[in-house]
Design a binder for this molecule. Structure first.
Ligand SMILES: [Zn+2]
Length: 148
């Protein structure tokens, strides 16, 4: 992926599930697709609970090949948590195995934090995707509210 490639988002569904065991509030989930040059790069899923403090969101990405004849064998899951900190927004890669996305029929495996961080190429793609989702997804504008 060249550095001038712009990531375009296509918002898809959203739902609520829960209620959360700790606060009784429903967790929200939105999802969509991220494209680069009209090629699907990833499906993204973002979960958050509006009642939780500090606000934290889970970003799950399904990366790989989305071509017509491709299957779950060609795709894997990567997960991150997002937090707004005093120094700005922060993403942290976590083990995708711990997330519901690990059971998705769209993937054949979930990547660990260690595996993701060991690949500079993968990290570049993932952080570009998360950045685009954070900045451009209209349903996530509340995430960019500064900390008080
Ligand atoms: Zn809760």
């Amino acid at each position: 992926m060249s550095s001038d490639t712009r990531i375009r988002l296509e918002a898809s569904g959203e739902k609520q599930f829960g209620p959360c065991a700790c606060c009784g509030e429903m967790t929200k989930r939105i999802w969509g697709f991220a494209y680069s040059d009209e090629v699907a790069l990833a499906a993204y899923f973002v979960d958050w609970n509006p009642k939780h403090e500090p606000m934290e969101a889970a970003f799950d990405l399904i990366l790989g090949d989305w071509g017509d004849h491709k299957t779950a064998e060609d795709r894997s899951a990567v997960s991150l948590t997002f937090r707004q900190t005093k120094t700005g927004p922060a993403f942290m890669v976590i083990d995708a195995e711990e997330r519901p996305v690990a059971k998705s029929p769209l993937i054949s495996r979930s990547r660990s934090r260690e595996e993701v961080l060991a690949s500079h190429e993968l990290c570049t793609v993932i952080f570009a995707l998360c950045d685009a989702i954070y900045l451009d997804e209209p349903r996530l504008t509340f995430l960019s509210m500064p900390m008080v």
